[in-house]
Design a protein around this ligand. Structure first.
Ligand code: RBF
Length: 337
């Protein structure tokens, strides 16, 4: 009896000792944000997903904002790698794979993952690229429908707009050509008024550009401008015109002004990348590309702020087009960048 009791105690003690071995130490992750988080939907999503995993205890997460001076980013990523404390440096945007590759040379045991970027063949870096031709197409298709619609803010001119923060290959090779294909599919006579802010934060410049476009007959503007987009939205609200937003379901920022959101599921991509990194199965050296049929690129058409903002005719035509992409019946190739 007494012997049995001791044996149980010993077994319990051994089991307790084994617990730390079974629950692996959390993965130490540095999340580098090239810019600032607030007002940038892809940045907000990556941080939210990492925070959630950190709260669950599966990673430790340190978020570092790189600020708007892009020349500072390589040095800031270098400082993170130099600490030697992070199993993974996780970051986002199409300029980051190149920066990570440079830093990787000096820190050969440092691993990197970039969601929303592409670089194949570097054994220290995993990347995931979204098919943003399709994302742009959804925005363009809607812009074409809106400019030809009977909606209150729409006029007779067949002019749509795009305001972007700065030019880079994913924008000029994927997003804008996708957008253009989209509105041309509605009517080949529709023309594009395309303007560049010059940075990701100047909301006053965003508003000035938008107002000048509305003056020239544009009634709907695609906005890919981070914080500068606040000015575009404000101008559209003041003038009773329309904005199509990129990356996240954010109709709530300006109901009845934001009439469409072409989305990326950065939260899902981030969570999956981190889970694979924890499991030791993230395929470094690989560059994945994901599209609408995979569920990472989409258009937020379930939100009542969308269904109430556009006319039935617009809704129906969007639904038919979206179904084709979601089922994989239709897809658009990503050109070489
Ligand atoms: N998107 C933002 O929302 N905010 C930013 O501050 C921002 N900075 C960027 C800087 C560079 C150099 C590049 C290439 C892209 C940046 N993006 C930014 C764009 C973002 O990664 C993505 O391409 C767009 O949001 C469209 O999905």
């Amino acid at each position: 009896m007494r012997n049995g009791f001791v044996r149980i105690l010993v077994a319990l003690f051994v089991a307790l000792l084994a617990v730390p071995a079974l629950t692996a130490a959390p993965l130490n992750v540095a999340v580098f944000i090239p810019g600032v988080v607030a007002g940038s939907p892809t940045y907000e999503q990556i941080v939210a997903a990492a925070d959630k995993m950190a709260a669950a205890g599966s990673i430790t997460s340190k978020v570092v904002e790189g600020g708007f001076n892009q020349a500072d980013w390589p040095e800031k990523v270098t400082s993170l790698a130099a600490t030697g404390s992070y199993d993974l440096i996780l970051t986002t945007n199409p300029s980051m794979p190149g920066i990570c590759a440079d830093v990787a040379k000096d820190f050969p045991s440092q691993k990197f993952a970039v969601v929303d970027g592409m670089l194949a063949g570097n054994a220290q870096i995993y990347t995931l690229l979204y098919n943003q031709v399709e994302q742009g197409y959804f925005a363009g298709y809607l812009a074409g429908l809106v400019t030809k619609s009977t909606m209150k803010g729409a006029n007779k001119d067949l002019k749509v707009g795009a305001i972007v923060a700065q030019e880079y290959p994913a924008l000029t090779v994927e997003m804008i050509p996708g957008y253009t294909q989209g509105f041309k599919a509605i009517d080949s006579k529709i023309t594009l008024d395309y303007r560049i802010v010059g940075n990701w934060y100047d909301a006053t410049k965003g508003a000035d550009l938008a107002n000048s476009m509305f003056d020239s007959g544009v009634d709907v503007i695609l906005c890919i401008a981070g914080g500068a987009g606040q000015g575009v939205i404000k101008a559209a609200q003041d003038r009773g015109k329309y904005v199509i937003y990129f990356d996240a379901d954010l109709y709530s920022l300006a109901p009845n002004t934001i009439v469409g959101c072409a989305t990326l599921d950065q939260a899902r991509a981030t969570t999956e990348v981190l889970k694979k990194a924890i499991a030791g199965s993230l395929p470094y050296g690989t560059a994945d590309i994901v599209a609408t049929k995979d569920g990472y690129v989409d258009f937020a058409d379930k939100n009542p702020l969308y269904t109430k903002a556009v006319t039935k005719d617009v809704l129906d035509k969007m639904a038919v087009m979206l179904k084709q992409f979601r089922t994989g019946a239709k897809s658009l190739p990503v050109p070489k960048m």
